[in-house]
Design a protein around this ligand. Structure first.
Ligand code: ADP
Ligand code: ASP
Ligand code: MG
Length: 418
């Protein structure tokens, strides 16, 4: 990353912040206000409201498995619309502005259509537009690959565009404006007494986001950490202090559990009676990874008759493709069959002290048991513990676990690590 050039602020506005004309005007006001404070402003914008969802539905009406290159052509249009409208609205406020697509900005990605990764951003065009006094409005979520084909960065990808642009420009701050006041101890739409956090470390935010807290795309947090970009999550509706994501300032204070997240976009797959021989697991998971399908929780049951059952979870969006791949693999490896279940959800607790504090897992399992919620699979890492439960139980599970760790009470769950 290059030296921080004081004065550039990147402001990203999510779909709900630009859902209609009144909201676009509201965003133009926030941007113009920042410009008037003497900042160079680069805006990154998502598609209006539920545009992307509607485009996805449309594609699925035409095809059960739409080619991913064509999905990218389709989905990228949403951000082109909102960026142009926002640039017009900013100009209406008397500030010069220009909208640019990912391609015009020079956002170069790899070729993994619908989940592409940014490999380079050419700063020249943005810098030259800023030099002319323009506010630059970048269409989020999109780039182009080496063949100049349009790619998109995965759902929620405008967050990653914003952070990557902030990193490339050495911006002083990347503000992520959304429809909640900041990052909470749990999704405030699911847990009534969730509490807004003043700050959170990159690692904890990355884990919360990866576990389903959709307020930030996980890759945006990864990119922010890697490049030292200071992030702030705040509301475009309610102008109050947001949540800062950065390396912990209260270095001596670490929390055991920072927050709870849920992920309903999960499907469970079980491969039954897999021969217990070397290389079989490799074959299954390698074939999935070659198709870009990420596998999450993995359980291999211990059987005595030279057969194992392998259970794992994937993103629900990948289920159709996984079925096709696994039907073939099951025959090749001589397993009995494969079954799947999309009526599951994952609940996770996240915090720097989760792994190092004894009894945390037991407390989480206890909260679920007291609510009579069955745990179907468990996975842990240094910063999190996740349990797979029935989808119908996920809201009860969130509230029970949030209450168990008293996350609505500031300080109650904090311990001093000496
Ligand atoms: P945008 O369109 O602005 O990108 P998103 O819908 O992607 O907005 O993200 C904001 C949403 O994230 C909130 O409305 C909230 O329901 C959800 N969310 C999930 N977990 C959390 C959390 N821990 N803190 C705040 N919001 C959360
Ligand atoms: N419009 C895209 C989506 O809905 C990207 C984004 O909003 O960040 O996923
Ligand atoms: Mg989002």
């Amino acid at each position: 990353m290059e030296e921080k050039e004081l004065g550039i602020v990147v402001q990203k506005f999510g779909g709900s912040s630009v859902a209609n004309v009144a909201r676009i005007r509201n965003v133009a006001g926030i941007v113009a206000e920042t410009r008037k404070k003497g900042k160079d402003v680069v805006v990154v914008v998502s598609a209006m409201g539920d545009t992307t969802d509607h485009l996805v539905e449309l594609a699925h009406e035409i095809s059960s498995l739409p080619p991913r290159r064509e999905m990218d052509m389709l989905l990228s249009t949403g951000e082109q619309v909102s960026s142009a409208l926002l640039a017009m609205a900013i100009m209406e406020q008397g500030q010069p502005a220009i909208s640019l697509t990912g391609q015009q900005v020079g956002i170069i990605t790899d070729s993994m259509h619908t989940k592409a990764k940014i490999v380079d951003i050419d700063q020249d065009r943005i810098k030259s537009e800023l030099g002319k006094g323009n506010i630059v409005v970048v269409a989020g979520f999109q780039g182009v690959n080496g063949q100049n084909d349009i790619t998109t960065l995965g759902r929620g990808g405008s967050d990653t565009t914003a952070v990557a642009v902030a990193a490339a420009l050495g911006a002083e701050l990347c503000e992520i404006y959304t429809d909640v006041d900041g990052v909470y101890t749990a999704d405030p739409r699911c847990v009534v007494n969730a509490r807004k956090l003043d700050e959170i470390t990159y690692d904890e935010m990355l884990e919360l986001a990866s576990m389903g807290a959709g307020v930030l795309q996980p890759r945006s947090v990864e990119c922010a950490k890697l490049n030292g970009v200071d992030l702030c999550v705040l509301s475009s509706f309610n102008r109050v202090e947001g949540t800062y994501v950065r390396e912990g300032l209260k270095m001596e204070k670490k929390v055991v559990v920072r927050g709870v997240a849920k992920d309903e976009n999960v499907a469970k797959i079980a491969i039954m009676k897999v021969p217990d021989t070397p290389g079989v697991a490799f074959k299954v998971f390698d074939s999935l990874s070659q198709e870009g399908i990420n596998v999450d929780m993995i359980i291999q049951s211990v059987n005595s008759d030279n057969f194992n059952d392998i259970l794992f979870t994937i993103n629900k969006d990948d289920l159709n493709r996984a079925r096709r791949i696994l039907e073939k693999i099951v025959l090749e490896i001589g397993a009995k069959g494969v079954i799947d279940d999309a009526d599951v959800a994952k609940i996770s607790i996240v915090g720097a002290g989760v792994a190092s504090t004894p009894g945390v897992a037991a407390q989480m399992f206890g909260a679920l048991a007291e609510s009579n919620i069955n745990i179907q699979a468990i996975s842990t890492s240094e910063l999190k513990i996740s349990c797979l439960v029935a989808r119908s139980a996920i809201y009860r599970a969130m509230q029970a676990v949030h209450d168990k760790f008293a996350l609505s009470n500031e300080g109650d769950h904090e311990v001093v690590i000496r």
